[in-house]
Design a protein around this ligand. Structure first.
Ligand code: HEC
Ligand code: HEC
Ligand code: HEC
Ligand code: HEC
Ligand code: HEC
Length: 319
């Protein structure tokens, strides 16, 4: 019975994808820009500092989220990228990486596909510069050179998922139907003129408000399209196959941006509101007396039943 329902749903989803073409707000594929040759150039290409002027509150929210430092992480991500290179890439016989100078964008893609998708717009030199910067930062911290560590940390943090990544680069998912993001347009929920000089237009991205938008980076399982599939976040998989399959119908945006009241400050259990939304806890306790043997007499004993119900739209924790 349940199988039949799932088939029905997936047919419906396919139809929905198909008809969304009518809403298309993108356009023809823009000519590729020359690749960025340094971290500075790459950061400048996606510079979102101009958005702050008019969207200050959203910017403050975003700045508090992990999206604003998605290579640095908590800061656990940057060191883990180095571990993946030293323990993984350099030991794999066919990776082509024996030394840092052999590292290319394709190699880092096993992490940057989601942590920094715009690295695809940069040369292999930028991939190597990122690795050198993280290593320099680690060394400066070890040497107690605070000024240098701080400076390099700021460079690492400048590599992130910002306004232009979500509202332009990643905004349109089905590009053959809905078109490619255009270089003069911010994508949101409305069509019309936009006050920004660089982005004088705004247009509707059909799926920006839907879970599939977040699913682009929040993972369904191994990334099979890569020469060496990696696996990190898989939460979108559990959202699709456990939560929605069991009748859950809220989107990532519903819970994380709206119900939470956090807007662009998307958070996990580290935030009090998310922690409160995450679980129902039922505790039932009773006490008994147990006569173990006559020498010890009566022993008091407690029995506690704890029932935890996950109210998040996916497995927790992830990753
Ligand atoms: C499928 C997309 C994807 C890929 C590929 C990916 N990650 Fe992640 N990673 C995420 C997301 C999304 C999160 C945060 C959310 C979560 O844990 O569900 C995350 C979280 C992390 C965290 C914990 C966050 C923190 O700040 O402490 C680390 C560390 C990490 N990733 C390192 C890596 C490394 C290293 C690679 C490459 C070997 C990699 N990831 C590949 C999407 C990905
Ligand atoms: C991780 C992706 C992501 C990033 C980064 C991001 N946004 Fe958004 N933004 C969204 C999504 C998704 C929505 C739509 C929410 C919905 O419709 O449910 C949205 C909505 C908006 C809206 C319209 C609704 C509102 O809240 O007023 C504006 C304006 C906006 N974003 C501006 C920005 C600016 C400016 C930045 C950078 C400081 C930014 N966004 C960064 C994903 C992102
Ligand atoms: C000079 C002011 C100004 C700047 C700079 C600016 N915006 Fe806006 N933006 C606005 C205003 C005002 C609106 C609302 C327009 C409306 O609702 O008619 C808006 C709307 C939007 C929307 C659509 C919101 C929706 O509800 O669908 C998005 C997305 C957005 N801006 C993103 C950005 C991003 C990204 C940047 C930086 C690249 C940026 N804006 C820079 C003033 C600005
Ligand atoms: C371009 C890729 C990308 C998109 C799109 C994206 N995320 Fe993320 N998100 C990440 C990465 C990468 C991290 C982890 C960064 C780190 O810590 O290293 C993350 C972190 C998070 C976290 C914090 C996780 C934690 O452990 O604290 C939440 C919550 C989150 N994202 C929710 C969302 C939601 C909701 C959407 C859609 C509205 C979304 N993300 C869209 C890549 C993305
Ligand atoms: C029904 C509400 C709900 C929906 C739908 C939902 N989330 Fe969550 N999510 C939560 C709550 C509550 C937490 C906090 C629990 C926790 O982190 O342990 C959370 C935690 C997370 C985390 C942190 C995971 C971790 O390791 O702690 C990420 C990342 C995340 N959500 C992303 C998403 C994305 C992406 C989607 C859509 C595919 C989504 N969420 C859909 C409620 C929801």
């Amino acid at each position: 019975m349940r199988k039949a329902i799932k088939i029905g749903l997936s047919l419906f989803a396919t139809t929905a994808l198909w008809t969304s073409g009518a809403l298309g707000a993108g356009g023809p594929k823009p000519a590729a820009e020359p690749k960025a040759k340094t971290i500075k150039e790459l950061v400048a290409r996606y510079d979102s500092s101009g958005c702050i002027e008019c969207h200050e509150e959203i910017n403050d929210q975003w700045a508090n989220s992990l999206h604003s430092h998605s290579i640095l992480g908590t800061p656990r991500t940057a060191p883990t990228i180095i571990t993946a290179i030293e323990v993984g890439l350099k030991n794999f016989p066919y990776s082509g990486v024996k030394d840092d100078k052999d590292i290319t964008v394709e190699h880092l893609r096993m992490c940057t596909k989601c942590h920094l998708p715009q690295l695809d717009d940069a040369t292999d030199d930028v991939a190597r510069e990122i690795v050198a910067t993280i290593k320099g930062w680690q060394k400066a911290k070890k040497d107690g050179d605070d000024a240098k560590a701080e400076e390099l940390e700021a460079t690492i943090a400048s590599l992130n998922i910002n306004c232009r990544i979500c509202h332009n680069r990643m905004a349109i998912i089905h590009k053959w139907a809905d078109g490619y993001p255009q270089p003069d347009t911010v994508y949101g929920d409305k069509d019309g003129d936009h006050e920004d000089e660089k982005f004088p237009k705004m247009a509707k991205a059909p799926a920006l408000g839907e879970s599939i938008f977040c699913g682009q980076c929040h993972g369904t399982g191994p990334n099979f399209e890569l020469a060496h599939p990696s696996q990190c976040a898989t939460l979108y998989g559990s959202y699709l196959f456990a939560y929605t399959a069991e009748g859950g119908h809220e989107s990532c945006q519903d819970c994380h941006m709206k119900k939470s009241g956090l807007g662009h400050d998307m958070q996990s259990y580290n935030s009090e509101v998310m922690a409160k939304m995450s679980m129902d806890v039922e505790v039932d306790g009773r006490s008994l007396f147990w006569r173990k043997n006559s020498a010890e007499g009566v022993i008091p004993m407690g029995i506690i039943n704890v029932e935890l119900t996950n109210k998040a739209g996916h497995t927790i924790p992830d990753g």
